[in-house]
Write a protein that binds this ligand. Structure first.
Ligand code: FES
Length: 289
């Protein structure tokens, strides 16, 4: 089975047409002309995809999608509309719709759109799912993050606080954790991701117990900051995420640490070291256990 789909349209012919095209492709398709019944089905089942008409009597498509996202935030949605696509896109972007079918649509367009959207959604879900690489070192940390989300979920504008405290607990903010926070605070993952990407204080990469920030800004570069990086990499073996095997140290390159007069500069955790002699880097690191 390629995926479980619910089609909602007040016109039974559309539902039958969708079934006729999608079932032979390997999809399990259910349909209803009643949006209220659709909400019950969504509550009781796990659909991979909701295909819904936007203009329906009673609960319209917008309301149905909104309530679906409240019940099952991960449900992927394709909107069917007979109206201008541009207008619909403008009005519904924030509802988390992944694609559109403008009526009347051909069986080929339906088949292509559904295949493309379900594949993309699968890819996104696996990217954002908790993987072994994302393993955040013990369920107790996840529990602590869940408790944090519970504490702040009714506090408006608490995203920054939750992100900062989560990073203190876990050490970084991988996609899986961003997704957990988005779900808990009932905000789009994209909003969480933009904040994490915007503020340099947040990191999406795992860090060692001690994080070394090597400045390669103009002043430091002129004073051979590249030799520091070279010595560091010769002395410690970093993996592709710039973390040592024992997870003791990680390093990252930054543009300016605001201490140009003392170039070249590095920071280890919250300690700033100025006028660093690349040959003395091991001595500096000796103090960090
Ligand atoms: S350029 Fe290195 S501290 Fe400013």
């Amino acid at each position: 089975m390629k995926g479980k789909i619910l089609v909602v349209d007040d016109d039974n012919i559309i539902i039958r047409s969708c079934k006729g095209v999608l079932e032979p492709m390997g999809y399990d398709v259910s349909g209803t002309i009643n949006p209220r019944e659709a909400l019950e089905l969504i509550r009781d089942n796990d659909y991979d995809l909701l295909i819904t008409d936007m203009i329906m009597p009673g609960i319209d498509g917008f309301e149905l999608i909104k309530r679906t996202k409240e019940l099952k935030p991960d449900t992927t949605v394709i909107a069917m509309t007979g109206y201008s696509i541009k207008e619909t896109i403008k009005d519904t972007l924030e509802y988390g719709i992944m694609d559109y079918l403008q009526k009347p649509f051909s069986p080929n367009i339906l088949a292509d759109t559904v295949d493309r959207v379900t594949n993309l959604a699968r890819k996104l879900k696996s990217q954002l799912a908790i993987t072994e690489e994302d393993d955040v070192d013990g369920t107790h940390k996840i529990e602590a993050v869940n408790a944090l989300i519970k504490q702040y979920k009714t506090v408006p504008g608490s995203l920054i606080t939750v992100l900062s405290k989560t990073q203190e607990i876990i050490g970084y903010l991988p996609p899986a954790i961003q997704r957990l926070i988005a779900k808990g605070l009932r905000i789009p993952v994209s909003e969480v991701h933009s904040v994490v990407s915007f503020y340099p204080c947040y990191t999406m990469k795992v860090r060692g117990r001690h994080n070394i920030r090597v400045c390669i800004g103009a002043a430091c570069y002129a004073k051979k900051a590249d030799s520091i990086v070279q010595k560091l990499c010769n002395h410690l073996h970093f993996d592709e995420d710039n973390v040592t095997d024992d997870k003791k140290f990680s390093y990252e390159l930054v543009r300016c640490l605001g201490a140009c007069a003392s170039a070249p500069v590095i920071e280890v955790d919250h300690d700033t070291h100025g006028t660093v002699d690349p040959d003395k880097i091991t001595e500096i690191l000796k103090d960090y256990n």
